[in-house]
Design a protein around this ligand. Structure first.
Ligand SMILES: C[S@@+](CC[C@H](N)C(=O)[O-])C[C@H]1O[C@@H](n2cnc3c(N)ncnc32)[C@H](O)[C@@H]1O
Length: 225
């Protein structure tokens, strides 16, 4: 039998708490995890650093996603489009990538790149901190690369991302491995598989797998029921 203490502890974990603020946190806690500060657009060049392929192997991530022509993909927290553009090639012809950002300066960079390279199937979307603003039941995949841990409102974002997914569509989180002290990333910008799964338990999602192909990051796949 579930005790009243367990019920209260669960309800408290599911709501936001405040606490001491770390240098790169926002002093807001969710399931015991302090939410990280959003990476400002001023740091955008880090996303396009030449050594990223050697460090993180984003090309292996693109392969692991098994995209097909015709798919509709939302790149949530797209940054400068480092993942949006390679994915756009994979879903052509007929498919599109919706590059969702809350920082208009980054959407400007993506639009400039699309224009320069004649890319027609990357659509920019200005989201909010609670809603990615994509049409309901429209996406085959919602991808978050190094993004979920900095959502100010993870609960609302997950609720609305699920609304945007087709039935059976995938929600994929790529997060630096919190279990591995060798991964050279600040603690609030890493997550463990256990923490992610705990935060997503009470949503209509099934956990599919943690694909271990990347050198530093988990690829955590969930499917909409
Ligand atoms: C560390 S960057 C990663 C960018 C990109 N995914 C990449 O790997 O190159 C995280 C991005 O998530 C965006 N972000 C944070 N919260 C968001 C939200 N609720 N909706 C959409 N984007 C968000 C930030 O503006 C930032 O550009």
């Amino acid at each position: 039998m579930i005790s009243i203490v367990t019920v209260v502890a669960t309800l408290l974990a599911q709501t936001y708490q405040s606490g001491p603020t770390s240098p790169d946190g926002i002093g807001k806690f969710y399931y015991g995890r302090e939410i990280a500060q959003v990476m400002g657009h001023q740091g955008a060049s880090w996303l396009d650093r030449p050594e990223r392929e050697a460090e993180e192997a984003p090309s292996l991530l693109i392969k692991a996603l098994k995209l097909r022509p015709g798919m509709h993909v939302a790149d949530i927290g797209a940054g400068t489009g480092a993942l949006s553009f390679p994915m756009a090639k994979q879903v052509a012809p007929g498919g599109a990538v919706f590059a969702v950002e809350i920082q208009p300066e980054l959407l400007d960079i993506i639009r400039t790149r699309s224009k320069k390279n004649g890319v027609k199937n990357v659509k920019t979307v200005l989201g909010t901190t609670t809603n990615p603003q994509v049409p309901a039941n429209s996406m085959d995949l919602m991808l978050m690369v190094d993004v979920y841990h900095e959502f100010d409102f993870p609960r609302e974002m997950v609720t609305n991302m699920i609304k945007g997914l087709k039935k059976g569509g995938r929600l994929v989180l790529v997060e630096y491995r919190g279990e591995d002290p060798e991964v050279p990333i600040k603690p609030l910008h890493k997550m463990t598989e256990a923490q992610v799964r705990k935060e997503l338990t009470d949503f209509p999602l099934d956990f599919v797998q943690n694909d271990g192909v990347l050198p530093r990051q988990h690829i955590l796949t969930f499917r909409k029921r």
